[in-house]
Design a protein. Structure first.
Length: 245
């Protein structure tokens, strides 16, 4: 996978995010959402968790085959090695510049007293980035919707869901060419991307994330209009409770 070094990945008038590490995948986002979800009821000064890979795989619905364990370990490694630099500005002047913010600031494979693996993983999400993500990603609707979309194996549907998850109501129309660039699709033809996007949007309608959508215009001027379904708040289940699917 491509390696990015101190590359700007997000910016507003107030905040700029720079990323260093392997380019992250939809698998990595799904795993990160699961880690954040598991951290939701823990105090910020006690975020260390210990579990078995089997439990994570079960929650992620990735199966328990050898390739599934390799998939999980690869994703954990990418998250552990990835770092963010967060730069905050006020009236154009830099006021905060925080380096080396990890998704996971601690990762250890547990051994017993004899040095043999116990099969457990100990990990901890970096509280600085968790404070950014936790309010959005602990929504039971957001997480269960993500799990349902994952079953379709439609990567563009997963990306589109994550992109619009921090929006509400009726977001501003987006050029298809902009969505192509942001989603890092391998498709270079706008018409072909439009076909793929229509399939992804149909998935998001089916799972109840979108109320409706419309693509206005053609070619490079085509824009996507979406209306998000308002999600009602629900009580979060305990970490040991099976999520409704």
């Amino acid at each position: 996978m491509p390696f990015m070094k101190n590359q700007e990945i997000f910016s507003t008038d107030d905040i700029i995010l720079y990323y260093t590490g392997e380019e992250l995948t939809q698998d990595d986002l799904t795993l990160w959402m699961q880690i954040v979800f598991l951290s939701r009821d823990r105090p910020m000064d006690d975020l260390t968790q210990r579990t078995r890979p089997y439990r994570l795989l079960k929650d992620l619905d990735w199966g328990d085959s050898k390739p599934a364990y390799f998939r999980l370990k690869s994703s954990i490694t990418r998250l552990r090695n990835a770092t963010l630099r967060i730069q905050q500005r006020y009236r154009g002047e830099k006021v905060v510049d925080v380096n080396d913010v990890n998704f996971l600031d601690h990762l250890r494979y547990i051994d017993d007293e004899s040095g043999n693996s116990t099969g457990e993983i100990e990990f901890r999400a970096d509280r600085r980035i968790l404070e950014i993500f936790r309010p959005e990603l602990t929504s039971v609707h957001n997480w269960t919707t993500r799990q349902t979309i994952q079953k379709t194996r439609n990567r563009l549907a997963q990306w589109t869901h994550s992109f619009y998850s921090n929006h509400s109501g009726k977001p501003y129309p987006m050029l298809l060419t902009t969505l192509m660039s942001l989603s890092k699709t391998k498709t270079k033809d706008v018409y072909r991307f439009k076909q793929q996007l229509e399939v992804a949007l149909a998935v998001l309608i089916k799972v109840g994330f979108l109320l409706d959508w419309q693509i206005e215009g053609t070619g490079v001027k085509a824009k996507l209009h979406v209306t998000l379904k308002k999600q009602t708040k629900a009580a979060l289940p305990s970490p040991d409770e099976k999520l409704p699917l």
